[in-house]
Design a protein around this ligand. Structure first.
Ligand code: NAG
Length: 235
């Protein structure tokens, strides 16, 4: 009996520790408009969620510490270190769709993001040589990310088991300070050229950088799912 009470106490303590933050209101699984309900929950509480939930040990997504991002192309070596991404807080949800019977869901959102890092570049963009190191800033407008994921319930918690992503953007603006060791004329020409050809450059940078952002989003959501029982997320 004592053991029983101790377990009860423990479960209660865990349930409290894993309480859903107040800015989220759980939807009911019997809601005939469940997707719309979840869309409203994400739109209303998403910006707060993105700041992280310290009491649950859920890391922030804005600012997002992305660490090292490496572009390793035979013609272009580019490394970003201490990469920090901001702007996800202002994301706009385009749609959320869940197929509970098949354990699948899709989230589609758009955000203006800025990536800041220390860069080191050496190689060629098209035919133009590019070389330098220093602070870099990349502004991406209307970065649209679609994540289709599979989820499972393990020990009463949802877990994202697999996902596929797609992304596109309106535009990217680069600022690489100190190109060519500060040779202004060469740096200005190269800067202009990289910004005119932003799509070609983003084709190289986007896979490691944006995939990193998406992976972080999935990791954070999984961490959140691990902290809050599924029955509190969907009544
Ligand atoms: C991104 O910025 C542009 C221009 O400032 C604005 O029109 C657009 O609505 C913004 N997008 C998002 C998702 O906030």
């Amino acid at each position: 009996m004592a053991v029983h009470f101790m377990l009860m106490a423990l479960f209660t303590a865990c349930a409290n520790a894993g309480a859903l933050p107040q800015y989220f209101t759980a939807c009911s699984s019997s809601n005939p408009h469940l997707d719309q309900c979840i869309e409203q929950v994400i739109s209303a509480g998403g910006a707060k969620f993105v700041e992280g939930i310290p009491e649950l040990g859920v890391a922030p997504l804005d600012p997002l510490q992305l660490g090292k991002v490496v572009v390793n192309n035979p013609a272009l070596k580019l490394t970003f270190t201490d990469t920090v991404v901001t702007g996800l807080k202002g994301f706009k949800l385009n749609s959320y769709k869940m197929n509970g019977a098949r354990n699948k869901a899709t989230i589609d959102f758009t955000a203006n993001v800025t990536l800041k890092a220390h860069y080191e570049i050496d190689g060629q963009v098209l035919i133009l040589p590019i070389r330098g190191n220093g602070p870099a800033k990349i502004k991406i407008t209307n970065l649209n990310i679609v994540i289709k994921y599979d989820f499972d319930t393990k020990d009463g918690h949802w877990v994202v088991t697999n996902y596929k992503d797609n992304y596109k953007m309106d535009h990217a603006y680069f600022k690489f300070s100190n190109l060519f060791g500060g040779n202004k004329e060469l740096a200005d020409t190269t800067h202009k050229f990289t910004n005119q050809n932003w799509e070609i450059i983003m084709q190289e940078i986007a896979p490691p950088a944006i995939k990193g952002i998406i992976r972080s989003c999935v990791d954070v959501v999984n961490n959140f799912f691990g902290s809050v029982p599924a029955t509190e997320l969907l009544l």
